[in-house]
Write a protein that binds this ligand. Structure first.
Ligand code: FAD
Length: 317
């Protein structure tokens, strides 16, 4: 079922979350162990991220290292299928421009169709670690909007090689990313919002935001988006802060501000167990306020561990 239909059919705020595929070679069981306790809160959908390829260095044993390009967390679509099968819940694979040709994207979409996956997130992806800026993959897309257009073309029955006879309907519901604190590369908030509007006009059905800790920023973002005519659901992305290291890591990685009261509360903690508790309490208050504003879904970035999200969900749903 489409995310937008889940939202339309619900009279209250829904619960959903995002998971990251395990590093290859690791069992999927750990993922299930983290998903199991969250199923009690009836997520209508679970997102599965996709990782870019990266360079790894293999020790050749003779003092030399061999540099190889590989994808360390493959299998997003396989995980989507296994989750759908195990939990009877919709899954949302993340599709990236970076690292994928248009043809590979088409194959992924065809697989999605066969697997009964109705929703996809269309994302550009970040630059590879060793690149200073995002480099378009050869025969791939430059921006998420191009990916949205490709998916929409397919929804209209137009494949890359327009020589096939269409005998079945494809109608993916498309999610895109939005940034309450502006995307790091964007010259201004207004310009970033204009780009978001273009993605929606190209066919995106809903937006999921980057994580934020200051609700005012999300609410202002939604207001600005509405003022410029973006009418699709804007789902807040939520991340409970969990370690002292997050004070540096989250602003650095996701280009966001942390509220000063949260920073001070975390700094006063003796250990990460105490930080996790502070993060949970802060997040409960944040979620309650967002629910009071009638947000359609609270979408949690689980990043592999679910105990804190379970505690938060218990308090608010
Ligand atoms: P775009 O919408 O393409 O925007 C990228 C930048 O280009 C922005 O600054 C935008 O303003 C600008 N821009 C857009 N169109 C144009 C244009 N035509 N001309 C000039 N500038 C333009 N990353 C992963 O690798 N895997 C994931 O699974 C993943 N999941 C995510 C889920 C969510 C909810 C979010 C918010 C982010 C996720 N990301 C993921 C991170 C995302 O890939 C990065 O933030 C990336 O840098 C931008 O992706 P985008 O889709 O927003 O790009």
């Amino acid at each position: 079922m489409k995310i937008i239909d889940h939202i339309k059919q619900s009279e209250s705020t829904l619960f959903s979350f995002e998971i990251i595929p395990p590093v290859k070679g690791k069992s999927i069981q750990q993922l299930y162990d983290n998903i199991d306790p969250l199923m009690e809160f009836k997520p209508p959908f679970i997102d599965v991220t996709t990782s870019r390829e990266e360079y790894i260095y293999i020790n050749k044993g003779n003092g030399l290292l061999e540099k190889r390009l590989t994808r360390m967390r493959p299998g997003s679509l396989g995980i989507c299928a296994s989750i759908q099968n195990r939990y009877q819940v919709d899954t949302v694979p993340h599709l990236l421009c970076g690292g994928f040709t248009k043809q590979e994207t088409e194959y992924l979409l065809v697989d999605c169709q066969y697997l009964g996956i109705d929703n996809v997130m269309a994302l550009r992806g970040d630059a590879r670690k060793e690149e200073r800026r995002f480099e378009q993959t050869e025969d791939g897309h430059a921006y998420a909007i191009d990916l949205v257009r490709q998916i929409q073309d397919l929804n209209q029955g137009s494949y890359l090689h327009d020589v096939i006879e269409i005998s079945c309907d494809v109608d993916f519901c498309i999610g895109v990313a939005g940034y309450p604190e502006k995307h790091e590369e964007s010259p201004s908030m207004a310009s970033d919002l204009r780009r978001l509007k273009e993605k929606v006009e190209a066919g995106a059905d809903y937006v999921v935001t980057q994580m934020f800790f200051d609700n005012k920023k999300y609410l202002e973002f939604v207001k600005q988006a509405r003022d410029m005519g973006i009418e699709v659901p804007i789902i807040p992305g939520i991340k409970p802060l969990a370690t002292k290291n997050h004070l540096k890591l989250l602003p650095q990685t996701f280009h966001l501000d942390l509220p000063e009261d949260l920073v001070q509360a975390v700094e006063a903690c003796k250990d990460n167990k105490a930080v996790r508790q502070v993060g949970v309490e802060f997040c409960i208050a944040q979620c309650k306020e967002l629910m009071a504003h009638g947000v359609p879904v609270l979408h949690f970035y689980s990043m592999g561990k679910s105990d804190n999200i379970e505690a938060i969900a218990k308090a608010i749903f």
